[in-house]
Design a protein around this ligand. Sequence first.
Ligand SMILES: [Zn+2]
Length: 445
Amino acid sequence: MLKTLLALTILTIPAAAQIDSGKVALVGARVIDGTGNAPIEDATVLISGGIIQAVGAKNVIRIPADFQRIDVEGKTLMPLLVDDHAHLGQTINGLDPSPDAYSDENIGAQLERLLAYGIGTIAIMGTDRDLIYSLREDQQAGRLPGAHFYTAGRGFGVKGGAPGGAGAAWDVNRPETPEEARAEVREVAAHHPSFVKIWVDDSYGRAPKMKPEIYRAIIDEAHRHQLRALAHIYYLNDARSLLAAGIDGLMHSIRDQPVDPEVIASLKAHNTLYVPTLVRDESTFIYATGPPWLSDPFFRAGVPPAVLDKLPSAAFQQHAAADPDLGMNSDSLSMAEVNLKTLFDAGVRVGFGTDAGMPGRFLGYFEHRELQLMVQSGLTPMQAIVCATRTAAQFLGRDFGTLQPAQRADIMVLDANPLEDIRNTEKIIAIWQGGKPIKPISPQQ
Ligand SMILES: [Zn+2]
């Protein structure tokens, strides 16, 4: 029966095979398919035309004669990661904001670095300029290598308030009336972004926060244009009010207090995406003492030497330690971890994001660190992987994010099993994007 089903699966996907003749069989690995199902040991994955044609135990899947057989015995295959909350073009070296960072050259380099780290797809959360739309055309035409991206275009903040701080390019809308907000949403919608991003935060009470009448207008106008509205949040009460206004995603953790049954019920009733971005919170205090991962070769491989020298320096750490918010930021991460466990166990739709790409939040490495922090919060490695693959992907599209037939062949090959230790997602020995081999980042041990 199983054999028949699989054979049918192969036969019913003819279109892709005509696009690209690359027919490959990856044979002998453990497959974590991203759905949460138990891994398939000693598996065969058939790829043709950039699409997965079949996945199953080696003794069940027949390899057609014209497929190139690649031995991956003892390795682990899993989907490329999907980051629902990232930024591009904010910094060139990863650490310092730069007005020159928003260029096609730098954004292209960042997309390639992401892919080399095993990140197949990202969603850019509201810091884009119009250049992103021509880059999107390039990507869709196959002219732009690297991770695939979705964009919220130009986001919505507050005059004199969020977003602010270290970003290089806070070129966002800051409407002062609901009418202005609606007009600006229409302007953004004309570019056909994938969603609309708003910031609802007061920086620990120091800055004005977006008024409810403004975000209600933005959310409503976005929905009129069939666009989802996604929010930067911090407080439980803002989350509650945004949920009542129809927000489609909370793109950071609720981290001022424990979540309550009402908010849990609301998140579930609306199937709202909840994206923890724990590593973002870690980055707001960890540089004061030096992150333990500064010595991780996998981190170091993607960061310029000058930045590697600067991060552990006394001057840099003292500067970070002088931040009056340090204690509050550290408490916020602890609260975020508690809330993640509560929400996940309650059945809330937990996606995956990092806020990487902002200064000090390193694209590529931070996604792997986020997985580790999710596990530290009490999720199993399998649960964290499903958040970062199937759940994160299905928020963006339907044809990638799991290793199942008819999905894009976005695969990473690991030298060790991440279900035993989530840090094993760093042991990337091969990457396939749409069935094409891509050179992974190579750490110097
Ligand atoms: Zn962000």
